[in-house]
Ligand binder design. Structure first.
Ligand SMILES: Cc1cc2nc3c(=O)[nH]c(=O)nc-3n(C[C@H](O)[C@H](O)[C@H](O)COP(=O)(O)OP(=O)(O)OC[C@H]3O[C@@H](n4cnc5c(N)ncnc54)[C@H](O)[C@@H]3O)c2cc1C
Length: 421
């Protein structure tokens, strides 16, 4: 069996894994990054970058390219029916990027991958992490599988994934950035703590006759949370929460095919459905849904790992947590986690710092996520907090597009105090 050697193996080349690999390259650490898929994602998914992420990605030289691709959104408005109940204004937050940047996750992943290649590190695609074992005091041996495809079937061709080769990777650390169904997390024996149950959403991306306001609109209607995202180039996304009884697929794999096969009659039914649902949940929505570009259903769990890793296996991003889509907290928090984790890894690998540093990383992140999921602390109203905001404080928490220190600043705009628990 072929064997490779590195200082850090990153499993998963989604946005958080790519960012981790870039940070490791900048820190001068030897890195191998693998992904079981053939290429980066082909759809929007998490489509907003927080100001703090733009600053971090700017330090890595990625933000200038993203600014050219995305749409700058300085405000978030909160609605119930026709009533505008509250707003967040990023221009009041200061900083170099006082806005959210809306762009498809596929564009973000491409930009990160390109920048990573410039540092001399390329993603090893079609390579799956299978297992990891300890080798002596300071090494791990990860089992990897190189994947290939074979076409089977005659009348109906069928594409089957096969393991072409197995290889071993001798490494000092593994970072699991392998998403919500993380195998690294499972192999490390780390369980999950769950918050509010599963929330199911349908997302529709469409072209419109209008460009829309430079504002994300979060609509609380009944028990549902819905979000209108104004994307670049007269595109919008409506994310509608499905009510009890409406079914959605479990968390799906990200789509890798750039081309969507359109079915005219089906798309017309979807178009009418979106227009009707928007009129019901957001009566102020006037734009015409012209052409459906993409739609999907997805279930989000509110969950966090009991630990963000142990010994020499560590987690970042969706591998360690998940929450609802409105505040885009999971991916953006993942970038900040990657930065902190890489700082600690560098200290361990270059300055002989003890592994206990990484336990501190884990404790901090678990505490932060318990707060984000409302398992500890939460948003506390003040005497002069608006009555609607007071009544909806718990539902607003996952809708605030910030994590870490920036979250308290945004909560303050709504006259809410962030209690860390
Ligand atoms: C349909 C859909 C809609 C979404 N909408 C929103 C939204 O509106 N707002 C929001 O905040 N978030 C949304 N998300 C979630 C968002 O995409 C994630 O938060 C984000 O992708 C997390 O990034 P990550 O790098 O941590 O993990 P991922 O992007 O999941 O990347 C993990 C990578 O690991 C790879 N991998 C997994 N297992 C292995 C293995 N064994 N070996 C090698 N590679 C492996 C995968 O192929 C993948 O590329 C959506 C997701 C989906 C699927």
């Amino acid at each position: 069996m072929r064997e490779i050697r590195t200082e850090v193996l990153v499993v998963g080349a989604g946005p958080v894994g790519l960012c981790t690999a870039l940070l490791l390259a900048e820190a001068g650490l030897e890195t191998v990054i693998i992904d079981r898929e053939q290429r980066t994602a082909a759809r929007s998914y998490a489509c907003a970058l927080h100001p703090a992420s733009l600053e971090l990605l700017d330090r890595l030289g990625v933000t200038p390219a993203l600014l050219d691709l995305g749409r700058r959104i300085p405000k978030v408005g909160f609605y119930e029916g026709t009533a505008r109940r509250a707003e967040l204004d990023f221009s009041r937050c200061g900083g170099r990027f006082p806005f959210l940047l809306l762009l498809p996750q596929s564009e973000l992943e491409s930009a990160l991958e390109q920048r990573l290649r410039q540092t001399g590190t390329a993603v090893t695609w079609n390579c799956r992490f299978a297992d990891v074992t300890k080798e002596g005091e300071d090494e791990l041996l990860a089992q990897l599988e190189e994947l290939g495809g074979t076409s089977t079937g005659y009348i109906v061709p069928h594409w089957e994934l096969t393991v072409k080769n197995r290889l071993a990777c001798r490494t000092q650390f593994v970072v699991g950035a392998d998403g919500v169904h993380s195998l690294v997390r499972e192999r490390a024996g780390i369980g999950l703590v769950h918050g509010a149950g599963v929330e199911r959403f349908a997302a529709y991306e469409f072209l419109s006759d209008q460009a829309g306001e430079d504002e994300i609109r979060v609509v609380l209607e009944g028990q549902t949370t819905n979000v209108l995202w104004p994307l670049p180039e007269r595109r919008f996304r409506w994310t509608f929460q499905l009510t009890q009884g409406e079914l959605a697929a479990e968390f799906p794999e990200k789509e890798r095919r750039a081309v969507r096969v359109a079915h005219l009659a089906v798309d017309e039914r979807i178009r009418q459905h979106v227009q009707r649902l928007a009129a019901k949940r957001a009566p102020w929505f006037q734009a015409t849904v012209k052409e459906i570009a993409w739609c999907t259903e997805v279930a989000f769990e509110h969950q966090v790992a009991r630990e963000f890793g142990r010994d020499r296996c560590w987690l970042a991003g969706d591998a360690a947590h998940q929450t609802g889509p409105a505040g885009v907290q999971s991916m953006n928090a993942g970038f900040a986690e990657a930065e902190t984790l890489v700082r600690h890894l560098r200290a361990c690998l270059r300055d002989d710092a003890p592994l206990a540093r990484l336990t501190a990383y884990s404790d901090q992140q678990v505490a932060a996520w318990r707060g984000l999921l409302g398992l500890a602390g939460g948003l506390k109203p003040r005497a002069d907090t608006d009555a609607w905001v007071r009544d909806h404080a718990a539902r607003l928490l996952p809708c605030l597009p910030a994590t870490g220190a920036a979250l308290a600043g945004l909560a303050n705009q709504l006259k809410l105090d962030l209690d860390p628990g």
